[in-house]
Design a protein around this ligand. Structure first.
Ligand code: AMP
Length: 428
């Protein structure tokens, strides 16, 4: 077997030595039309069967068709577009593929996935995002890349500075477009799309399609093939979830007990506010856990460090606000704990989607106080399922009426004041 090394464009390191003498492949991935090199690559990553979105999207993307796809995170969406894109690009040339992501974390994740899938090619992948200096990104762009994963604002800065051009982009991926809409990025996205050639392939992924996005899709796509996988409303079936009623003053004690009684590998804990996340992290640290923290007050370096530390096992617990909930692929999260009930039902699905990804199973616990009863109900209505209420034996509950649903609903109706609910969004 011949060995070859490629320069690694992002880190300046050298790509690991890779075999280029790829065997003839006859796998479920090659049957979709993927080359031996790509089928070999995914086999090395341990993938045996294509996920439904991969089975549907790979042949369409290979043929150059536009796609409008709705698939939950954790469905293998990234590989569904990355693998056929890599095949279409072939070998190193000009900047021909742009993937736009709403957050730096997602951009990093997609770039990492491309690096892995493109291991047996000489394609160059890089990332462009804000919150860090320009130097490294300018160097990478100057050296020449085939694929960029980017957040919109920083990409526009580079375009304005003349650091790169989109004139040769053949494939444009707009990922998590509904999230871009939420974050106010749509004008930037339009400006970027306008700089790409009209004759191109466009892949558009979104969980929901409100009128603004329908309009954007109508303008940016040509005869797209619609691919719909699952409903965003339902969490993965591999996740077992339960509500744990508790009064607000006993939340932390119950959390401690849950952690003690649970045989966990890695736990992601969601809080509603940044201050709340810091406070819980601090208390958990004091009680002997290794903890990373992720929220929007932390700078990019700190966020990357927290995420990496969690992925590598340095931190057994990651405490986060919803910034970490959407789309992040953190392999092997065994448990998600909602320390606070999320303020909107869709966030619940995204939060618990961090566990039970791909073929793994996971557990999701949610602490529900008397004030949260209504939100908990609306989560159940949104998903169309009822979630089991659980009580932990031996915990000194100070308010046993918590388990009386009817009494609780009445308490909640009395406790929730419209003004306090209105403020919630601003605190995240
Ligand atoms: P994604 O939805 O793209 O974020 O992918 C979720 C996770 O599933 C990632 O960790 C992928 O590495 C993994 N994955 C993607 N495709 C497959 C597959 N066909 N078989 C097993 N795991 C996969």
């Amino acid at each position: 077997m011949i060995d070859k090394t490629f320069d690694h464009p992002r880190t300046g390191d050298v790509k690991p030595t890779v075999p280029v003498d790829i065997p003839k492949m006859e796998t479920a991935f090659s049957a979709l039309g993927l080359s031996d090199a790509l089928a070999f690559g995914v086999q090395e990553m341990g993938y045996v069967t294509p996920t439904p979105i991969q089975a549907q999207a790979i042949p369409v993307v290979l043929q150059g068709g536009d796609v409008i796809g709705s698939a939950q995170t954790g469905t293998g969406k990234t590989a569904a577009f990355a693998l056929p894109i890599i095949q279409r690009l072939g070998t190193h040339g000009k900047l021909r593929c742009l993937i736009l992501e709403p957050t730096r974390e997602l951009a990093l994740q997609v770039e990492e996935a491309f690096q892995k899938y493109a291991k047996f090619t000489d394609l160059r992948v890089t990332i462009v995002y804000g919150g860090v200096g320009y130097g490294k990104q300018e160097d990478d762009l100057r050296r020449g890349v085939d694929i960029i994963a980017a957040t919109p604002g920083r990409l526009l800065d580079h375009l304005e500075r003349g650091n790169c051009s989109l004139a040769n982009v053949d494939i444009l991926v707009l990922d998590e477009v509904d999230r871009m809409l939420d974050m106010g990025f749509l004008p930037d996205v339009r400006r970027i799309v306008q700089q790409c050639p009209k004759a191109r392939q466009t892949l558009f992924f979104t969980a929901t399609l409100p009128p603004e996005l329908e309009q954007l899709a109508g303008w940016a796509l040509r005869d797209p093939v619609k691919i719909e996988i699952g409903r965003v409303r339902s969490p993965a079936e591999t996740v077992a979830h339960a509500f744990y009623p508790v009064v607000a003053t006993q939340k932390f004690d119950l959390l401690q007990l849950l952690l003690e009684q649970t045989d966990f590998k890695s736990v992601l804990i969601f809080c509603r506010t940044r201050m709340g996340a810091d406070r819980i992290a601090h208390r958990l640290e004091k009680s002997g856990h290794t903890v990373g923290v992720m929220h929007s007050d932390r700078n990019q370096r700190e966020r990357i460090e927290a995420l990496q530390g969690f992925k590598t096992g340095k931190y057994e617990v990651l405490v986060a606000t919803d910034i970490a909930a959407r789309g992040l692929d953190i392999a092997g999260v065994s448990h998600v704990i909602n320390y606070d009930v999320p303020e909107n039902a869709e966030d619940y699905v995204h939060r618990i989607g961090r566990t039970g990804r791909a073929q793994n199973t996971g557990d999701a616990f949610t602490l529900v106080t008397e004030e949260d009863v209504r939100d908990a109900r609306s989560i159940e209505r949104y998903m169309g399922v009822s979630v089991e209420r659980k009580k932990i034996d031996g915990f000194p509950y100070i308010y046993s009426a918590l388990f009386d649903e009817k009494a609780l609903a009445e308490t909640a109706a009395a406790a929730v004041k419209p003004a306090s609910r209105l403020h919630r969004g601003a605190r995240r």
